[in-house]
Write a protein of this length. Sequence first.
Length: 97
Amino acid sequence: MSGTDSVYRERARLVAHLAAAYPSTIGYHDPEEPDWAVVIVDLPTGQASWHVAPEDMDLFAHVQLSEINTWDGHSTEEKYARLAAHTYALTQKEDRT
């Protein structure tokens, strides 16, 4: 596995974890990347999505396959702002067990 592939695999593992913790779907919705699935995670602060390499699909067996594209049009910047807002909200909880 090349260095780039291993970085994508690491990211895919984290996204798979998010997809297990929050309502999520996965499907082949991007006509520009037809071989890569897109996982959509519905965070409390809004939707976030990532492309998943074909070789990483084994990590997403727990995610519901969807033929309907529910992507809300968020940009990469919006995605990471939503993720940061949710991370911040989690850090503000008194009981972090």
